[in-house]
Design a protein around this ligand. Structure first.
Ligand code: NOJ
Length: 765
């Protein structure tokens, strides 16, 4: 044992020595390069523009980007799906610049490159960090095979308000879970070390910071939170991503404490660098520098100078840095040190990617067969199975493969809306529709499926733009070729099919365009036209399984009360139809659990399980009582709480215990609980551990997630699940913003979701 330790220590010492010498080699290289660069060229490195990478048709000598590249006025480009040939041409231009500095190629690879995985909110419902890392690995492999070496992901913004359309891009409402997901994604994209092979990309953690706290869920809106609150409940995922070694961050559009994030020194420098130890580069969100003029803190020159000094390194699409920093330098508004610092960080990223050694490392076009491979699709199917959340089941699910199924609804045979928001390289024609998935599943069985769309998704077409999700829609080019039936005719057709069937599977919800950027909603119910359609189906008296497509939690109280089963599928990507059929027929047992509370009424928002108690607390499920903290017209409880999700089997929890009732500050206790699969199906269960600090110097949430384990149990099998707790897990930021564990009692709660927990008491001395 002793010998092994000694060898281990030696290896560690050699490794650190090696990374030390690599560091100084990098420093020497960059010192030398920067010593030769003009100020203009250094500022050029801080400039990022977007452009299409698919075609080189526009790359003529008078093209502004081509000119900028040749003059060394562009540090990176980002675009929409790559053609390595075009990217090679662009790289050639960059190498013609004064010192031939290679470009970084970025892209919004948000939930997969061409093999589209479920939307990030759905993926967080897996609570399976191993799977999440694997998925991000595949996304990186495909993106790099397409020439991309920088992905604008993970999006780690916590959100308490389902009105915000971008809730679809994150991991929900909990900072601990968000942090675990952030780490898994960074590891998947970048690997576990500092060295980038040709399948690894720079991650870009966004949107830094607090973008998900936009007031009233209105996109880009003001954030109004205090420092203690953000440190305790919002910042953890950003900090965890830095600890995992994330190479870059993207500053957000919103303000914090009256200063837009892109010029906020507290966020960009004091927290991100000085506290979280981040040492990569920060890029602004698109036009965020320019937008600070509208925020009202100065003209483009002033906001650019402020951004640089606050710690922003790269300006996306504003031309603020490239257009004004030289002037600011001449006028003494910024220093050459400020410019050098930012330039060095970007050059360091290029060095780490290996671009100085081989600028064409990622754009050789040799690995394109790794894109959209069978293997990648198989993983997408597995992730899509685990992302689904069974919200209600009267027992009708799983369906028999001998059943006569009426498959109806605007999402039943809809390829493009399976992609979800922000799927830039997706091709709608690659997506498996629910109808296709069910047909394949029924092959060789007695069951049948009859299909009718039955309803439009929305009464009026929805405005396009970024919310649409960028899915190329080749599959539906001929949609307008023949006259469209009226809504009444569509409903009648579906009802007729339903009447002849054993069960109705109604595929309803939100199209892609209703979530994502710039897609906030004040009413988060299923669009009215579809509600009327569901009511017509209900009148048939046939059992109804609701298959929900959505980018956000929806208000579905009526559906919960009136329908037989609800399967929330979010938007599951390429393999949606297969994965949904897998779950509907029980070939996969659903195991997803919500990472966002589902409100009963939009008026409950913001709504989150880790809220505080108030001085007049009101039990979540009690009816209205005057002068307590509640509503007159709805109970406080969400419809479905954080952590909730059903399975086709049942799990029984028993014997919650601690290895000791008390713990010294430097000690450890083990929490144990027995979990038994008491049903007929094998299944996965996510065991969740929450804490509550009973008395503390500042008020604390009623419950906070501090651990989870996803286990697999065969029918009848049991397992003892354990969690180790130390004072580190019980710490929080007190009023003086010190990160402390305070002595006293803590409730330790374990259960299948945030509502149904058992409690034991732990005293920290
Ligand atoms: C704006 C979005 O907020 C951000 O998420 C995205 O990465 C950039 N645009 C680039 O497309």
């Amino acid at each position: 044992m002793k010998k092994i330790l000694t060898l281990g220590a030696l290896a560690l010492a050699l490794f650190s020595l090696n990374s030390c010498s690599q560091k100084s080699e990098m420093d020497r290289f960059i010192d030398d390069l920067m010593g030769k660069m003009s100020v203009e060229e250094k500022i050029g490195q801080l400039n990022l523009h977007s452009m299409g990478f698919r075609s080189s048709a526009a790359l003529t000598d008078d093209n502004a980007t081509v000119k900028a590249l040749k003059e060394g006025q562009m540090g990176a480009l980002y675009g929409f799906g790559g053609s390595p040939e075009t990217m090679r041409q662009l790289q050639d231009f960059a190498l013609q610049g004064p010192h031939g500095i290679p470009l970084i190629f970025g892209m919004d690879v948000i939930h997969g490159y061409q093999t589209i995985f479920p939307v990030p909110l759905a993926i967080s419902n897996t609570w399976n960090t191993d799977l999440v890392e694997k998925y991000a690995r595949v996304a990186a492999k495909e993106a790099t095979a397409g020439g991309i070496n920088w992905v604008f992901s993970p999006m780690v913004d916590i959100c308490h308000d389902a009105r915000w359309g971008r809730i679809v891009e994150g991991a929900g409402e909990d900072p601990y879970l968000g942090g675990e997901m952030a780490k898994a994604m960074v590891y998947g994209y970048q690997g576990h070390d500092d060295v980038f092979d040709e399948t690894e990309v720079l991650a870009c953690v966004k949107h830094y910071a607090l973008y998900g706290a936009a007031e009233a869920g209105r996109d880009y809106n003001t954030v109004n939170l205090g420092r203690q609150e953000i440190l305790n409940n919002w910042m953890r995922p950003y900090a965890d991503a830095a600890a995992a070694g994330a190479a870059s961050y993207m500053s957000s559009f919103n303000e914090f404490e009256g200063i837009p994030a892109s010029a906020n020194h507290y966020l960009l420098t004091e927290l991100l660098r000085d506290t979280y130890g981040f040492d990569g580069f920060v890029v602004s969100d698109a036009t965020a520098v320019q937008e600070m003029v509208a925020h009202g803190i100065g003209d483009l020159q002033e906001v650019s100078a402020r951004a640089l000094q606050a710690g922003l390194d790269m300006d996306m699409n504003s031309d603020g840095f490239v257009g004004t920093l030289k002037k600011s330098l001449d006028e003494g508004r910024v220093s050459i040190k400020d410019i050098d610092k930012a330039c060095r960080r970007i050059l360091e990223a290029k060095y780490k990617l290996g671009l100085f050694e081989d600028p064409y490392k990622y754009i050789k076009g040799e690995r394109t067969d790794e894109i959209f491979s069978e293997e990648n699709r198989a993983l997408a199917r597995e992730v899509a199975q685990e992302s689904q959340v069974l919200l209600k089941n009267s027992g009708i699910l799983p369906l028999s493969k001998d059943a006569k199924i009426a498959l109806v609804g605007p999402f039943a045979d809809n390829a493009s809306d399976m992609s979800g928001a922000w799927a830039m390289s997706a091709r709608a024609s690659d997506n498996v529709t629910i109808l296709q998935g069910i047909r394949e599943a029924l092959e060789g069985h007695k069951g049948t499926v009859s299909y009718a769309a039955g309803s439009k998704a929305t009464a009026q077409p929805i405005g396009g733009g970024f919310g649409v999700g960028f899915t190329r829609n080749e599959g539906r080019q001929n949609a307008n070729a023949k006259p469209q039936p009226t809504q009444a005719q569509m409903v009648a057709e579906a009802v007729a099919i339903a009447k002849r069937s054993d069960v109705i599977v109604a595929c309803v919800g939100e199209p892609n365009a209703m979530s994502g950027e710039g897609s906030s909603r004040a009413d988060i119910s299923i669009p009215e036209i579809q509600q009327e359609f569901i009511a017509a189906l209900k009148d048939t008296g046939k059992p109804i399984v609701l298959v929900l497509t959505t980018g956000r939690p929806l208000t579905i109280v009526w559906e919960d009360e009136n329908l037989d089963a609800i399967l929330n599928t979010w938007a599951l990507g390429t393999e949606a139809g297969h994965a949904i059929a897998d779950v509907l027929f029980g070939d996969a047992n659903p195991s997803g659990k919500l990472t966002t509370s589902f409100p009963r009424e939009v008026g409950q928002l913001p709504l989150y399980y880790n809220h505080k108690n108030t001085g007049r607390p009101h039990p979540d499920y009690d009816p209205y009582r005057k002068f307590t903290s509640c509503y007159m017209d709805v109970i406080n409880a969400p419809l479905y709480p954080f952590g909730y999700g059903l399975s086709y089997t049942t799990f029984e929890y028993s014997g919650l215990s601690l290895s000791s009732d008390s713990m010294p500050m430097d000690g450890k206790v083990t929490v144990s609980v027995n979990v038994k699969n008491t049903g007929k199906y094998d299944g996965k269960e996510t065991v969740q551990l929450y804490i509550h600090d009973v008395v503390s110097t500042s008020t604390r949430p009623v419950k906070e997630l501090r651990g989870f384990k996803k286990i697999f149990l065969k029918a009848g099998e049991s397992q003892t699940v354990t969690f180790d707790l130390t004072a580190e897990d019980l710490k929080y930021y007190n009023h003086a913003l010190e990160y402390v564990c305070e002595e006293g009692d803590f409730e330790i709660m374990v259960g299948p979701n945030s509502r149904d927990t058992e409690t034991v008491l732990l005293t920290v001395k």
